[in-house]
Design a protein around this ligand. Structure first.
Ligand code: ZN
Length: 128
């Protein structure tokens, strides 16, 4: 079962809504006047260099995450009109419609996503 026109429209609306929401949220903090993501430094808020570095590191990670999500949204919007949308990039199977409706930026079916996350799990990495 591929996606119906209505389902694609719903997904496009969801993606565009999330995109404008993110841009709104980012505008106040890390989007520069040119529209590119910039990291706001906490230098000047404290004299403690170690604290500045730690705070900036958090900021950089957060900005990178936002940039990644924006990129994922843009990629999903571009794919939406192609036959590739909704097709798992790893195995070529159709991604479950319910999964796509819940998370329009997914690129893999459930099985491949689990395998991908398992493979890319940082060995001995931090556990939250
Ligand atoms: Zn797959």
């Amino acid at each position: 079962m591929s996606l119906s026109t209505e389902q694609r429209q719903t997904l496009r609306d969801k993606l565009l809504q999330r995109r404008s929401q993110m841009v709104d949220d980012l505008r106040d903090e890390s989007i520069s006047d040119e529209g590119t993501l910039a990291v706001r430094s906490h230098r000047g808020e404290t004299d403690d260099e170690a604290v500045v570095e730690a705070m900036d590191a958090v900021e950089i990670a957060s900005t990178a995450r936002d940039a990644n999500e924006l990129a994922a949204i843009d990629r999903a919007l571009q794919r939406l009109d192609t036959p590739d949308f909704g097709i798992c990039i790893d195995c070529g199977a159709e991604i479950e419609t319910a999964r796509l409706m819940a998370e329009p930026t997914v690129l893999r079916c459930t099985a491949c996503q689990q395998r991908f996350e398992h493979q890319h799990h940082t060995p001995g990495g931090a556990r939250l």
